[in-house]
Design a protein around this ligand. Sequence first.
Ligand SMILES: [Zn+2]
Ligand SMILES: [Zn+2]
Ligand SMILES: [Zn+2]
Length: 88
Amino acid sequence: MTESCAHIKGVTTVKHATQRACEECVKVGARWVHLRTCQTCGVTLCCDNSPNRHATKHAKATSHPVIASAEPGERWLYCYPDDAFAEY
Ligand SMILES: [Zn+2]
Ligand SMILES: [Zn+2]
Ligand SMILES: [Zn+2]
């Protein structure tokens, strides 16, 4: 259940969203479903259920491994390279 990798263990302070919006979707006027916050640089982007999947694109483009859910009431981290998930 809480099987986490070194990337997730390395997150000592979870970065939270500074705005309730996907930065990339706002630029192009697109819509999003859920928001995720990159734990390396703190950018908030949209999830894989959103048409543009900006969080996944960001992780692939930058090799920033870990995102946190930016949804209210959700407290979890996800690591792309390890496909690892952890609640906090
Ligand atoms: Zn990892
Ligand atoms: Zn987006
Ligand atoms: Zn990032």
